[in-house]
Each structure stands twice: as C-alpha cells, then as structure tokens.
Design a protein around this ligand. Structure first.
Ligand SMILES: [Zn+2]
Length: 216
C-alpha cells in the first residue's frame, strides 16, 4: 500500500532527523525531499526549523518547477536544486543533501570520489564528481549540480557538501551513507599512500549492476 501524504511528510522530517543523528549535518543545515507519487509535486524540508522541533506539519510542498505549492513555512533555500534533479531524472524519487565531514572535505578540495571500492559502484554508478561552485539558489549551482550528477546517484557540491539520490528515501539515505564512507576510505587511503582505481572490467561490470540496483 502506498503511504498517505501525512506519512510521506513524516518520513521527510524523520530522514532529516536521521541525517542529523548520523553526523551528516549540524544546526539548521541539510535538506530532504521526496516526490508525491503520480503528481508533479515534491515534499521538501522547510527553511530554518530546528531539528528537534521539525515535524510533518513543517514539510513544504513545491512543484518540480521549484514553485511553492502548499505549506506553513518557506521551503529550504536549496529546494530548487532538488526540483531541478527531479526534472532531469524521472528515475529519482528522493533527494538527500547534507554536509557529511569527509565528503565535504573532498568537495572543499575539489576532489571527486573515484571508484576504488567494488561494493560502492553498484549503488552509486561511478565516480562522484564535484559540481562547480555556485551561490545558494543560483542558476550556476543548480545547472552545475544536475550536470555533475549525470545518471549517477551522488554528486559533491564544491565548498559545500554532498547530494544523494535514489528511487525512494531509504535508497537515497543509503547512498548518502555510502558516499560518506567512501569519502572517508578515500581520505585514509590517500593519507597512507596512493589509492588505486578498480580495474576497468570491474568498473564495467558494476556499471551494469548499477542500472539494475537503481530501479530496485
Ligand atoms: Zn547545504
């Protein structure tokens, strides 16, 4: 059975809380969204609501064009990035944006997360690229993020953080966690030596698996 609108709103608020509990965000940062099935509407976390006070009633409805539709609060300032991803990627049902420390450190360095671990690839689909810097809400940021994301499940935002996408909130959250884990391994491996990329055949095989996992 499909979740009700209220259940979906609660899930959006719960995943933002989870992002905080798992150390991906502090203070008011980060945002979470999901499509409302069979509509061109999206539920997104609001701007400026403390994590302990955040509930389903605070979650805002926008259109995939990024326009406000319904809600008691203004949407997150990064909601237009979410909307642009939904427009570009019909396969995406949820978007999670946070500032997890290792992923953000690589984003600050402008360093993509290369495929160095085989288990990472089927879930993310390849190198996590770094989108060019843009001011919050700017066309440069929005277009650059969509382009650097491409068909994959994650992208780093230069000087900012990470964006993870998936068919639903569960999948997008798994990707956000995997990206942070891969960023941490990349960091450790780089400190100790020079990480090697996976052999091309492993990358090719995993890309095929990604196409399958993405739709699961
Ligand atoms: Zn942010």
């Amino acid at each position: 059975m499909e979740p009700s609108l209220d259940e979906l709103k609660q899930a959006v608020a719960d995943y933002k809380r989870k992002l905080h509990a798992r150390g991906h965000i502090v203070a008011l940062a980060g945002n979470v969204s999901t499509r409302i099935p069979d509509t061109n509407h999206v539920l997104v976390t609001p701007s400026q609501v403390p994590i302990d006070a955040l509930g389903a009633a605070d979650v805002v409805t926008i259109s995939v064009d990024g326009d406000f539709v319904d809600g008691n609060r203004p949407p997150s300032s990064e909601a237009r990035v979410h909307a642009a991803i939904y427009r570009a990627r019909p396969d995406v049902g949820a978007v999670i944006h946070g500032h997890s420390p290792y992923a953000t450190a690589l984003a600050v360095l402008g360093r993509p997360i290369e495929p160095i671990m085989d288990e990472f690839l089927p879930y993310v689909g390849g190198t996590v690229e770094v989108a060019p810097f843009g001011m919050s809400g700017s066309a440069e940021l929005i277009e650059g993020t969509v382009e650097a994301l491409g068909p994959r499940a994650a992208v780093l935002l230069r000087h900012h953080g990470q964006v993870a996408v998936g068919k639903n909130l569960d999948k997008a959250f798994q990707v956000a966690e995997l990206v942070e884990w891969a960023a941490r391994v990349t960091w450790l491996a780089t400190v100790a030596g020079r990480p090697e990329r996976l052999p091309p055949e492993a990358i090719e095989t995993s890309s095929g698996v990604y196409a399958y996992v993405k739709d699961m």
